[in-house]
Design a protein around this ligand. Structure first.
Ligand code: PIT
Length: 307
């Protein structure tokens, strides 16, 4: 980070082989480097430039290959971010994107977004479903669906227009390796948690989870402890199937088999068993968090939370 910070300043011109970009404002940052709002000198068009540190450049070839695939056809039509070009400037690698306004997380923090109604969430759902359908047809799994990666095109319009960004963790769906920890905690699909083979359907799980969070204005599942996350999944959706439990590489982190009057059956570990087996302390269920016994209970949450 220090290298990026010490050398990049407002007003600085980043130059590709065809275009000069003047840095107007820094609008985001992460472990990878920074995102700057820039003006194209020749046209005054505003764009977003992701400026990467050297150390992140090796991991970027896959991202670039995903970006070129999603930009084959007009990405606007599919609610996917538009990618303009990649260039090297000094010791940085720069990726140029269309300028978008803010991500859903930032939006929720504004007054406008403090609580979201179903009629606001529905168009977001529809647009993200179009994006995921397009990714599926291209054979791409995004792997990191979350509100930070869904950006509003602008907040002036009545209906929110959104686009999916950040293909930094995206992979061809054919090359996914099970057993790996993918997706942020909470957003993690059961097949990923259990270490089962998975497909791009894990993005659909991530989207469903994100939409539930927008509706609830809080996380649907506890996100501070993977044991509690699994416990919540079992409470809301029931036990995974026998086959899923039998073939999951990580099943034994969460479940055990026990004999009862019907034969051998699976059950969720107790918090004590989980802590001992995994050498990670299971957290307590937060006292403020209601227990739901099905997703349909969410219908009554507005009464529960008085919203
Ligand atoms: C911003 C503002 C903006 C666009 C972006 C970020 C785009 C980010 C992005 C990052 C990626 C990627 C695609 C898009 O693959 O207008 O803060 O790593």
């Amino acid at each position: 980070m220090a290298a990026v910070e010490s050398q990049l300043i407002l007003g600085q011109v980043l130059q590709s082989s065809s275009t000069q970009y003047t840095i107007i404002e820094f609008i985001g940052e992460g472990a990878f480097g920074k995102v700057a709002k820039c003006q194209v000198n020749s046209t005054s068009e505003l764009v977003a430039v992701k400026i990467l540190k050297d150390t992140f450049v090796q991991d970027m070839e896959e991202e670039l290959s995903m970006l070129s695939k999603i930009n084959l056809l007009d990405p606007d039509q599919f609610n996917l971010v538009k990618f303009h070009e990649r260039f090297e400037y000094s010791s940085y690698t720069c990726l140029v994107f269309e300028l978008l306004e803010m991500n859903l997380l930032q939006f929720l923090k504004t007054k406008l977004g403090s609580s979201m109604y179903v009629n606001q969430i529905r168009p977001i759902a529809k647009q993200m479903l179009v994006a995921l359908q397009r990714l599926q047809s291209l054979g791409i799994t995004h792997n990191d669906i979350k509100p930070d990666n869904v950006m509003l095109v602008n907040t002036e319009e009545d209906t929110l227009q959104v686009k999916l960004i950040d293909f930094g963790l995206a992979h061809p769906s054919s090359s996914t390796t099970h057993g790996k920890w993918l997706q942020p905690m909470g957003y993690r699909a059961p097949e990923v948690c259990l270490g089962l083979p998975f497909t791009e359907a894990i993005d659909m799980w991530g989207l469903g989870y994100m939409l539930a969070n927008l509706y609830l204005n809080t996380n649907l599942f506890p996100v501070s402890c993977e044991y509690l996350m699994m416990k919540a999944m079992v409470e809301y959706l029931g036990m995974p199937s026998e086959d899923q439990l039998l073939f999951g590489m990580h099943t034994k982190r969460f479940f055990c088999q026990e004999a009862d009057e019907f034969g051998l059956g699976w059950r969720l570990l107790t918090p004590e068993e989980y802590s001992e087996i995994n050498r990670v302390k299971a957290k307590e269920w937060p006292p403020w968090r209601p227990h739901f016994f099905s997703l349909d209970d969410l219908l009554y949450v507005s009464i529960l939370y008085n919203i």
